[in-house]
Design a protein around this ligand. Structure first.
Ligand code: URA
Length: 435
């Protein structure tokens, strides 16, 4: 076999050509074993970002990245399912949906990611629970999924290592927003984790990586096609991320939000997304015969308290406090400064810019500006309004949780700039856009 050099393969993509199987295999091996330099990986990512990839190349890239590390296999008495989001702000869906699906009889080995740019990460959120371990041994992970039904953990060292390196380079080279790169990144990990069913939440709007609706729909279709081609039952939902999905953004604040949801306090936009994704999983896995019975099963998992119980069991099994659910306020770290931000005019909320809210959390210390940096779990923003809400000058439009008064003042300024109020009534934004 005549192998080309990395520079030759990168140049083919740079000039708009298609890469064949051998080239993609060689590039992925070079990413995994570090024989490609960071500069070469960055150049490859930029060539793909600009020139794109056809569906055959995307399938080959996904498959090569999946095979770059371990592939987990499950031998369980029921369907192995998962859900993933392409990223957002106040997107706490995984924390609620994993135990809800487990309560409905599915097994949910959820390997989640950390915060990225302005978006929050499920792994970081779970780590705000004292003692919770997001990197258990393989045996323990298997055991918890088998006995509890769900386990939310972080990416392991040997799952799709090519993605881990490519992703960290994309993150700092302006190459995140690429359909083939996002698709192969997400699916290489999901396919390696051994799921049979996958529900994808593809976000769109100012707070999403695919801000444009057309691109989001194309990404949704690409992910669905590639996953189904690889034998996974997959459906994608396109949802609005122009405003945060829930009213809280920040790690410990989102854990409390998820607990409130599981205990019965529900916001309509969040609930619509949780139920729509959950119903897709239950129907695709055969646990429900149609969407209506799937919705009933999901609602029952909440009203019976079983989803909350599954969450509690998962937390304890992964090292968290045994009474976390009943006494979360005693365990979740609290910020030193909590400040209410009130509206300064009367009117209707016309925008809550998700990216700006996400960046406010990062600036408060709840996200990272350097890979691997520590984060402050206590900080963030909650009590955010929704587009269409009526406000008066005394209405709280956000509560800032900050480490210092100065940080709270900076956050308050950003939040005021992120939330706009109109003098005339505003129609709420639809959250479910396409499926
Ligand atoms: N999430 C991922 O895991 N990868 C991407 O490229 C984008 C979101």
């Amino acid at each position: 076999m005549n192998h080309l050099t990395a520079a030759e393969m990168i140049a083919i993509k740079r000039d708009g050509g298609a890469l064949d199987r051998q080239m993609i295999e060689d590039l992925v091996s070079g990413i995994t074993d570090n024989s490609l330099s960071d500069a070469q990986v960055g150049a490859f990512a930029m060539a793909v970002r600009i020139r794109g990839m056809n569906i055959d190349e995307t399938v080959l890239l996904t498959d090569a990245m999946r095979r770059s590390g371990t592939n987990i296999s499950w031998n369980l008495d029921g369907p192995v399912v998962d859900k993933h989001s392409t990223g957002g702000v106040g997107d706490t869906v995984s924390l609620m949906l994993a135990p809800m699906l487990a309560a409905c009889g599915a097994f949910v080995p959820m390997i989640s990611g950390r915060g990225l740019g302005h978006t929050g990460g499920t792994t970081d959120k779970m780590e705000s629970i004292p003692g919770y371990i997001t990197s258990p041994t393989d045996d323990r992970f298997h055991e918890i999924v088998r006995t509890v039904g769900c386990a939310i953990i972080g990416q392991t060292n040997d799952l799709a290592p090519a993605d881990r390196r490519l992703y960290s380079i994309r993150d700092v080279t302006g190459t995140v927003e690429s359909i083939p790169l996002i698709c192969s990144s997400i699916l290489s990990k999901k396919l390696a984790s051994g799921t049979n069913v996958l529900a994808m939440n593809v976000t769109t709007g100012g707070g999403a990586f695919m801000s444009n609706l057309e691109d989001a729909c194309e990404l949704a279709k690409t992910i669905t096609d590639v996953a189904q081609g690889a034998g996974v039952k997959c459906h994608s939902l396109v949802t609005d991320m122009d405003q945060p999905l829930g009213s809280a953004a920040g790690n410990a604040l989102e854990v409390q939000y998820a607990l409130n949801y599981l205990q019965g306090t529900r916001e309509d936009r969040m609930h619509q997304v949780v139920i729509a994704l959950g119903a897709m999983v239950l129907v695709d896995s055969g646990l429900a015969s149609d969407a209506q019975s799937a919705v009933m099963a999901l609602e029952k998992s909440l009203s019976s308290g079983l989803a909350l119980e599954k969450f509690a069991q998962m937390v304890t099994a992964l090292g968290g406090p045994a009474d976390f659910v009943e006494s979360s306020a005693n365990y979740l770290v609290k910020a030193s400064v909590v400040r209410n931000v009130t509206a300064d005019v009367s009117g209707w909320v016309s925008g809550v810019r998700a990216k700006e809210i996400g960046m406010t959390v990062v600036v408060l210390g709840g996200g990272r500006t350097q890979p691997g940096a520590p984060i402050n779990w206590s900080v963030g923003v909650n009590q955010l309004p929704s587009v269409g809400d009526k406000v008066e000058p005394s209405t709280v439009i956000a509560q800032v949780h900050a480490a210092t008064e100065d940080a709270a003042s900076i956050a308050e300024k950003r939040i005021r700039a992120a939330i706009s109020v109109s003098e005339t009534a505003v129609v709420p934004r639809k959250v479910l856009i396409d499926n």
